[in-house]
Ligand binder design. Structure first.
Ligand code: FAD
Ligand code: UDP
Length: 370
């Protein structure tokens, strides 16, 4: 008899497993259908001995002191500020768009103040900012939108920015300074020995058992438990009774090259050419020294593992129907990117899991019996 069955060993599942085991002395079984822990943050040493992220680049950044302190119990950190270049008009220029991007692209020498005035002069007026197109054209005008955002977004999502919620392209700021960091969060760092090692330590509590290669449906009638924490797709849990929630998938092409460096930035985005969106060079992210280099190409696709919930009003409405069902189940907790159908970063999932634990503490029958 387990106090908790937790489906999924990603951030959502592992944080909650650690919390209920450590704080409630609960007996926990974590199952994951994959052959590894850490969910999409899983990293491993490839055949060349280079630490790579199986499911694409995972860069940790947060403004939450609470989240950073919590994870710091399980890992030391390597300070890392992420930088990205975009391949546009035959040049590699800083992304997010900043003063240097504009100057390099157009062969200008504008000051930051002049860039600000320039962007204001080319921005289009919009009555309301509803879509991902609105966000960008109202800030940088149509030409830069076409060069940097329109085609990348069509490739990444299979949709035009005008069909996607504003929040998608709003993830990427536009700057008139020369700051070329991808993120400006207070805490920016990578787990010193990788994500998987951090998850190993999170799940090392003696009250936690982990079963890999195990789907929820394989155990749900075999294992006895009091509370269920489900971090898989919420529509799957309810047998798609209202229809499927749409997800965007990716195909990853991992390669190792017999050379020290492959490209001049940790990530290079290709908005307009190629079927892939970006190439990541892992040594930049991890700081590993190696005479070879490993990279990954990301090819967006419709079919495959559910990586990205698709932020559109009709999908949010469909999710609300599932959420209403979920809310009727007091002993089942839905947490994480798939179970709450939110385009969350890692830190947001950790924060959500920590909040869920606070709620569970109030209501869990396991607590009362201990
Ligand atoms: P997941 O990591 O998806 O874990 C869910 C787990 O549940 C999976 O291991 C799955 O196998 C398992 N599972 C699902 N259903 C079942 C079932 N029925 N039975 C058994 N097991 C099941 N975030 C950042 O902060 N920075 C980044 O740079 C970043 N880059 C990203 C790049 C890509 C390409 C992607 C796809 C995501 C990126 N993210 C990034 C987001 C990050 O991956 C997520 O926020 C985080 O991993 C979500 O954790 P989770 O536990 O909710 O879900
Ligand atoms: N985006 C874009 N061009 C870029 C980078 C991003 O159009 O060079 C858009 C695109 O729609 C993408 C979104 O901004 O999906 C968010 O970008 P981010 O880098 O945050 O994507 P993620 O790392 O989550 O895949």
């Amino acid at each position: 008899m387990f106090d908790y069955l937790i489906v999924g060993a990603g951030f959502a599942g592992s944080v909650l497993a650690e919390r209920v085991a450590s704080e409630q002395n609960a007996r926990v079984l974590v199952v994951d259908s994959r052959n590894h822990i850490a969910g999409n943050a899983f990293d491993f040493y490839d055949d060349a001995g280079i630490l790579v992220h199986k499911y694409g680049p995972h860069i940790f950044h947060t403004n939450s002191e609470k989240v950073f302190q919590y994870l710091s119990r399980f890992t030391a950190w390597r300070p890392y500020e992420h930088r990205v270049k975009a391949s546009v008009d035959g040049q590699l220029v800083p992304m997010p768009i900043n003063a240097d991007t504009i100057n390099k692209l157009y062969g200008l020498r504008l000051t930051c103040h002049e860039v600000d005035a320039y962007l204001t002069s080319i921005a289009e007026t919009r009555d309301s900012i509803t879509t991902s197109e609105d966000v960008v054209v109202s800030r940088v005008g149509r030409e830069l939108y076409e060069k940097f955002f329109r085609n990348y977004t069509r490739k990444q999502w299979g949709l035009d920015p005008s069909e996607l919620d504003a929040a998608v392209t709003a993830r990427v700021p536009v700057r008139t300074s020369r700051d070329d960091r991808y993120f400006t969060d207070k805490f920016q760092a990578m787990p010193l020995h990788g994500y998987t090692r951090m998850f190993d330590r999170m799940l090392a509590h003696p009250k936690i058992s982990v079963m890999l290669n195990t789907h929820y449906k394989d155990v749900k009638n075999e294992v006895r438990f009091r509370e269920l924490i489900f971090t898989g797709p919420v529509d799957e849990y309810f047998d798609y009774c209202y229809g499927k929630l749409p997800y965007r998938s990716l195909r990853f092409d991992h390669q190792t090259h017999d050379q020290d460096r492959y490209q001049t930035a940790p990530v290079v985005n290709y908005p307009n050419e190629h079927a892939y969106t970006r190439i990541t060079e892992f040594k930049d992210l991890t700081g590993q020294k190696h005479r070879k280099t490993s990279i990954v190409f990301e090819y967006p696709c419709a079919d495959g593992a559910p990586y990205y919930p698709i932020p559109q009003p009709q999908n949010a409405a469909l999710y609300q129907r599932y959420k209403a069902l979920a809310d009727t189940l007091p002993h089942v907790h839905f947490v994480g990117r798939l179970a709450t159908y939110k385009y969350y970063n890692m830190d947001q999932v950790v924060a959500q899991a920590l909040r869920t634990f606070e709620k569970i503490k109030e209501t869990s029958p396991a607590k009362a019996e201990r």
